[in-house]
Design a protein around this ligand. Sequence first.
Ligand code: 6GU
Length: 465
Amino acid sequence: MRIDIISIFPQFFDCLDVSLMGKARSSGLLQTHVWDLRDWTQDVHRTVDRAPAGGGAGMVMKPDVWGKAIDQVIEQAGAAKTVLAIPTPSGIPLTQSQVRDLAENTEHLVVACGRYEGIDQRVGQYYQQNTEVQVLPFSLGDYVLNGGEVAAVALVEATCRLLEGFVGNPNSLVEESYELSGLLEYPAYTQPATWRGLEIPPVLLSGDHQKVKKWRRQQSLMLTAERRPDLIWKLAPDVLVKSDREILAARGFLPAPYRQQVRFRRAQPGETVTCSAIASRLFPQACPKDLPEEAIACFIEDELSEAAFKAYLDDPNNLIILVEVAPVTQTGTDDTAWETAGYTLIEAGAPGFLPPEENLMQSGGKNCAYLSKCYLDACWHGSGLAGAMLEVSHAYLQESFPHLTKICLGTNRENRQALKFYRHHGYRKCGRRTFLVGGIENLDVIAVRDFTACQVPSWAQNVAQ
Ligand code: 6GU
């Protein structure tokens, strides 16, 4: 690749001689030429700028000087096609895919570095008319530099490192941020294991490659959600697996194809209407197909009424977590637009708490909370939201009742989907019970999760609203 850089500060580009850039140049992979724009002036003052037409502050670079300079470097290079890159804060933000396209498809690159208030508009316009030239006005980001020189160096370095044979180990390119995954890169560590009281995360020293891989993926997702939510919304649906979606949902994101924000919060005393409404709406969705409607209606009236939820909410040993979703089109400032999509109810309590029912007590033992309810609107099945809701509920439980080391639940033994879900989230079968819905006996499996053996994942923690 040949690169011509035209600037009124040619010394600025001495930096291209150092490090890898210098190596690529001496190896012939890259030819760079730096030109002083003033060499194309004809007056004694070597003038390159004039006052802006129409008045105003600053100076504008003259098109006649630029035209001669650009014509000459294009002619000298003799390439079939030239990309004319013009750094400007009003340009298109430079991206990795644009830079990759340049590295792969460009024989000749000219960078025209403007200073002051920019280059006369007609320069870009003129070369755009030329089919052998592609004009690329680009910006590094939403801030203003004094001139295009820094941006030119950024463009050249980002492009050149992608040239075949430039980087020693081509693998070091593929795992990077923005490449392939669309996520930011996970954090890196090296020896010493302890530095100024800070440890390398133990998983990285465990030698368990599967665990390391999982941890890094989790870090990438959490970092991207935190720093670059715009990238989360741009993710293609097929780059995310269920566990990725659970992590993102816990951090407030339901990416494509859903494209909605989500939040979790503990229901407050007094929210009886909200709780009763969501519980009554979701209970029928989760019932076995053959359960009579009257039995379901009866259960809702008795157990999921506002009065029932008043009793739940008034007891500080209960924890109700609400899941609320909002369309991504609104900013989330309008509180009324968030809709309840699911909830959990956990019964916990004083040291040595035992789950309420006789057979649950025997199965779970002491220091065991009871996941009494866990419901999510069926429209979210497959979105990762259920897993997020469950783990976030576990995290709230641990935060509020740290003495409880276990949690148990009962679920219909015919409900394969639920059984698989709970098993995946660390619950293990430990008994049976009969569960009455409107006087009809249902056979339940009892399962327990031990937090000492299966910790609450870090991604589910600190998501409190
Ligand atoms: Cl390309 N030029 C200038 N002058 N300022 C910038 C920029 C470019 N990108 C961000 N700020």
